[in-house]
Design a protein around this ligand. Structure first.
Ligand code: HDE
Length: 760
C-alpha cells in the first residue's frame, strides 16, 4: 500500500548520490558548466534607440510595460510560466544513462516550441526586409484629401517592408524580379497601408489571373527549380500567351528588375485610388515614392555574382546604411487626375493596372517625406509578422473599381488567416494601430485582449450603447458614394483593356541606348534558358509587336528567325523620365573601396579616407590582411573584398602578391601568357608584380562601368591592367585630386560612356 506521507529525499542518500555521480561541470557538481556567465545580470538592452514601441492592448491603451516587454525580462532563465530554471542543458533522465522521462515538461516545452517556430512563408514576396521610420507631411495635399497624416509638419511613424516577389524566404536579394515596397503608416486616424511595387504596372488586369501568373512564375512543380527566376519555360509560356503581361515584363527585363539598393528604387501604388477632401470633392490619384538617391540599378553580371557572393546584399545595404546614419529617404508624390465618370486620363484608362501615366503628362506632386532610421529589433516579430492589407484605409483615401485592386482587397486579409494562424493578426505588436481600437471582433485563435462588457453587438443597451459610431465631423471613414452604373453581370473587361502593346513600346522608346542594350540582353538571356522552341518563337512574336529592332536583336541572339509584327506599331511619344541614365544624383551613402599597400602605405591615405567620409560616402579600406594600417582600420582583405560591393575604387598603392601565393615560376609564365593575350594585362608594371586579387577587383569594376581612380603608387595597377585612358579610369596627382575626380563621376552612378551602345 502506498504511503500517504509526502515523499522526501533523505539528505544522506542525496549527498551520497551526488558524491558518486558528480563529475566536474555537471549540474549539482558545484562546478559551473562554463566559466561564465554565472552571475545573473540584466538582459541586453535594446539596440541603441531601437526598443519596440511600448506594447498596446487591442484597445489601444498602453500596457505600461517597458519596450522589451514582449522579449526578455528579468535576470533568470525561466520556463514560459515564469518559473526559474535550474538547468536547461540536460533532459530529465532515469539515471545518467537511463531513458528520458516524459514528465520533463521543460524538455517538452522547449522542443515543442522549437518544432513550431516556422510559420508559412508569404505565398509571394516571401523574401523581404524591413525598417522603421517617420513620414512627415508637407501639407501640399490638403486641397485634395483630408487624410491627416499629409498635413503640414505632421509626423507619422511607419514601417516599410521591401521584398522580391518570386523567391522563397531564403532566396537571394539580387535576382531579376519585381520588388515590393509596402508601407504601414500608423496614423492618428487608423493604419494606412500603401502596398506598392517598384514597377508602376502589373502583369494582369484582373485579380482572378493572379494564381495563374504566380503559378507560372514560381519554380516548376515537378523539380522545384529554378528558384527566384523568371528565366524558365512556364513563365515565358504564360506571358507570351497572356499578352497583357508584356508591359510588366519589359520593365522586369530592364534595369528596374535589378535595383542597386532599396535606397535607389522608386515605389508605385500601381492602381488608381480616390482621394476625398474636407468638402467631399474627389480626385483620382496614383501614388509614387521618389528615392532621394535617385534610381539606380545593378549590372546583370553584378546581380548574378552577388546572388552567390552576398545573397543578403540588399538587406545588408539597408541595415548598414541605417546603422551608419545614412538614412534612406523617399518623397511621397501624387499624380492627380480629375474624377470623371469615364475614369480615364487622355486615352489612358485609369482602371487598367497594366497602364501608367507618363509624368510628363501628369507631374508627380510631392506631398511628404519618409526617412527610415531604425532597423527592426527582431526580424521575425516585425518583418516576418507584419501584415499589410489594402483595406487599411484612412479618411480621405478610398479605392476605385480597378479589378485588380478589388481582388487585392480580399486577398491580403485572407492570406494572413493561414500565415499568421487566425483572425487576430492585427493584434500582433507590429500590426497594432497606434490609436484606440474599439471593434466588436471577438475571440478566435491567439486572442490577446481581455474584452470587458457583455454586449459586443450594435445597437446595445447593456453596455450603455458603447462604443458609439462616429459622426461625419468626428474623423469617420466615409465610403465615397460613387455611382455604380446599372449594368449586366458579366465576366469581361472594358474594351480599352485590349491594348497590350502601346505602352510597352512607349517604355522601350523611352530608354537610352545603353538601357535598350541591357533589355535586349535580358530577353536573350531569359529566353535562351527556355527549352521549348515554340515558347521562344511566341515571345519573339510579342517583341515584334513592340519594336522591330528589339525583336531582331533578341532573335539574332537566340539564332531564330525574326517574325513580322501582327499589330500596328503605334507612334508613341517617349517619356524621358523613365530612363535612369542621363541625370545626376547625390552620392550620399555610396561605398568606396580604397586599396592599400600595407608594405608602403601612402602618406595621404588618412586624409582621403576622412574626405570620402566627410563627403557622405562610406570609405572601406582593402588590404592584404586585417588589422590596421597606421591607425586606420582595414575593413576588407583581398580575400573578403569583391568588386560588387563598391561603387568606385581608389588605388593608393600597388600591393605585391603574398610571397607564397603564386609560385614564382607560374607567376612568370602566367604573366607571359597574359601579356601575349592583350599586350598589357600581365599583372606587372615597371617590373613589379601585383596581387592578382587587386587586378581582379579593378578589372571587374571596369567591366561594371565603375569609376577607378589612382594616385601615387596606385597608378601602377592601372598600368598593369592596361586601363589608363579608358573613360572613368584616371590617375590623379594627389589624393585630393583623386577624390575630386570621383565626385565628378559618381553623380551619373556609372561611367556609361565606357561602353558605347550599338542600339539607336
Ligand atoms: Fe500582392 N500579395 N497581390 N501585389 N503584394 C501579397 O499578401 C495579391 C499585387 C504586394 O511585404 C500577399 O501578406 C493579389 C500588386 C507586396 O508583406 C497576397 C494580387 C502589387 C506584397 C497578395 C496582388 C502587390 C504583396 C502575400 C492581384 C503592387 C508584400 C503575403 C490581385 C501594387 C507585402 C501577403 C509584405 C503580398 C495578393 C497584386 C504588392 C497573397 C491577389 C498589383 C509589396 O495576399
Amino acid at each position: 500500500m502506498a504511503s500517504s506521507k509526502p515523499r522526501r529525499v533523505r539528505k544522506d542518500v542525496a549527498d551520497a548520490a551526488a558524491k558518486k555521480d558528480t563529475v566536474p561541470g555537471s549540474p549539482g557538481s558545484g562546478a559551473p558548466t562554463l566559466a561564465e556567465p554565472t552571475t545573473p545580470r540584466s538582459p541586453l538592452p535594446p539596440k541603441g534607440e531601437q526598443g519596440t514601441p511600448a506594447p498596446m492592448t487591442p484597445t489601444g491603451a498602453s500596457t505600461g510595460l517597458p519596450p522589451t516587454a514582449n522579449g526578455q525580462q528579468g535576470d533568470y532563465l525561466t520556463a514560459s510560466n515564469g518559473a526559474r530554471l535550474r538547468d536547461t542543458d540536460h533532459s530529465l533522465k532515469a539515471g545518467r544513462r537511463g531513458p528520458t522521462l516524459l514528465q520533463d515538461h521543460h524538455l517538452r516545452e522547449k522542443i515543442t516550441h522549437f518544432d513550431h517556430e516556422r510559420i508559412p512563408e508569404r505565398v509571394v514576396h516571401a523574401r523581404g526586409t524591413g525598417a522603421h521610420g517617420t513620414f512627415t507631411g508637407y501639407g501640399t495635399a490638403d486641397g485634395v484629401t483630408r487624410a491627416g497624416f499629409l498635413a503640414k509638419g505632421k509626423e507619422t511613424p511607419v514601417f516599410v517592408r521591401f521584398s522580391t516577389v518570386l523567391g522563397s524566404r531564403g532566396s537571394a536579394d539580387t535576382v531579376r524580379d519585381t520588388r515590393g515596397f509596402a508601407t504601414k503608416f500608423y496614423t492618428d486616424e487608423g493604419t494606412f497601408d500603401l502596398v506598392g511595387n517598384n514597377i508602376p504596372v502589373f502583369f494582369i488586369q484582373d485579380a482572378i489571373k493572379f494564381p495563374d501568373i504566380i503559378h507560372a512564375a514560381k519554380p516548376h512543380p515537378d523539380r522545384e527549380i529554378p528558384q527566384a527566376q523568371s528565366a524558365h519555360d512556364t513563365f515565358w509560356d504564360f506571358v507570351s500567351l497572356h499578352t497583357e503581361a508584356q508591359h510588366h515584363t519589359i520593365w522586369n527585363m530592364s534595369d528596374r528588375g535589378i535595383p542597386r539598393s532599396y535606397r535607389t528604387m522608386e515605389g508605385f501604388g500601381v492602381h488608381t485610388f480616390r482621394l476625398v477632401n474636407a468638402a467631399g470633392d474627389t480626385t483620382l490619384v496614383k501614388f509614387h515614392w521618389k528615392p532621394k538617391l535617385g534610381v539606380h540599378s545593378l549590372d546583370w553580371e553584378e546581380a548574378q555574382m552577388l546572388a552567390g557572393l552576398d545573397p543578403d546584399f540588399h538587406r545588408r545595404d539597408l541595415y548598414d546604411a541605417i546603422e551608419s546614419g545614412a538614412f534612406p529617404e523617399y518623397e511621397l508624390g501624387l499624380q492627380l487626375f480629375p474624377d470623371m465618370p469615364d475614369e480615364t486620363f487622355g486615352d489612358i484608362d485609369l482602371l487598367d493596372p497594366t497602364k501608367f501615366v507618363p509624368e510628363e503628362l501628369a507631374p508627380v506632386q510631392l506631398v511628404g517625406r519618409l526617412v527610415l532610421d531604425r532597423t527592426p529589433t527582431n526580424f521575425f516579430a516585425e518583418t516576418e509578422q507584419v501584415a499589410f492589407h489594402l483595406g487599411n484605409l484612412v479618411p480621405g483615401i478610398d479605392v476605385t473599381n480597378d479589378p485588380l485592386l478589388q481582388g487585392r482587397l480580399f486577398s491580403y486579409g485572407d492570406t494572413q488567416l493561414t500565415r499568421l494562424a487566425g483572425p487576430n493578426f492585427a493584434q500582433i505588436p507590429i500590426n497594432r494601430p497606434h490609436v484606440p481600437v474599439n471593434d466588436m471582433l471577438r475571440d478566435g485563435f491567439h486572442q490577446q485582449a481581455v474584452h470587458g462588457g457583455v454586449a459586443p453587438y450594435h445597437p446595445n443597451s447593456l453596455d450603455g450603447g458603447n462604443p458609439f459610431e462616429a459622426g461625419d465631423d468626428e474623423q469617420a471613414f466615409l465610403d465615397v458614394p460613387v455611382t455604380v452604373a446599372e449594368a449586366p453581370k458579366i465576366r469581361a473587361n472594358p474594351v480599352s483593356f485590349d491594348d497590350h502593346f502601346s505602352q510597352v513600346r512607349l517604355f522601350w522608346r523611352s530608354m537610352s541606348p545603353v538601357e535598350k542594350e541591357h533589355i535586349v540582353r535580358a530577353y536573350t538571356f531569359e529566353l535562351a534558358k527556355c527549352y521549348e522552341q515554340t515558347i521562344k518563337e511566341r515571345q519573339l512574336q510579342c517583341l515584334a509587336n513592340v519594336d522591330p529592332e528589339l525583336c531582331e536583336q533578341v532573335a539574332t541572339g537566340l539564332g531564330l528567325p525574326v517574325p513580322k509584327p501582327t499589330k500596328e506599331l503605334t507612334e508613341e511619344t517617349p517619356s524621358p523620365v523613365l530612363s535612369q541614365i542621363g541625370r545626376e544624383w547625390p552620392s550620399d551613402g555610396r561605398t568606396i573601396g580604397i586599396v592599400v599597400d600595407t608594405d608602403a602605405p601612402d602618406a595621404g591615405l588618412g586624409d582621403v579616407r576622412a574626405a570620402v567620409f566627410a563627403a557622405g560616402m562610406v570609405p572601406l579600406l582593402i588590404a592584404a590582411h586585417g588589422g590596421t594600417v597606421g591607425d586606420l582600420p582595414v575593413q576588407r582583405t583581398f580575400a573578403t573584398a569583391r568588386s560588387v560591393e563598391f561603387d568606385a575604387i581608389i588605388l593608393t598603392g600597388a600591393p605585391a602578391p603574398a610571397p607564397d601565393a603564386i609560385p614564382a615560376r607560374d607567376a612568370k609564365a602566367g604573366a607571359k601568357a597574359n601579356g601575349k593575350a592583350n599586350g598589357k594585362a600581365n599583372g606587372k608594371a615597371k617590373g613589379k608584380a601585383i596581387d592578382p586579387r587587386v587586378l581582379l577587383l579593378v578589372e571587374e569594376s571596369w567591366r561594371h562601368a565603375k569609376a577607378v581612380v589612382a594616385w601615387g603608387a596606385g597608378a601602377a595597377v592601372l598600368e598593369a591592367t592596361g586601363m589608363v585612358g579608358s573613360p572613368g579610369v584616371l590617375v590623379a596627382d594627389s589624393g585630393e585630386a583623386a577624390l575630386a575626380e570621383l565626385q565628378r563621376l559618381l553623380p551619373a552612378h556609372r561611367v556609361w560612356e565606357r561602353f558605347p551602345a550599338t542600339i539607336s
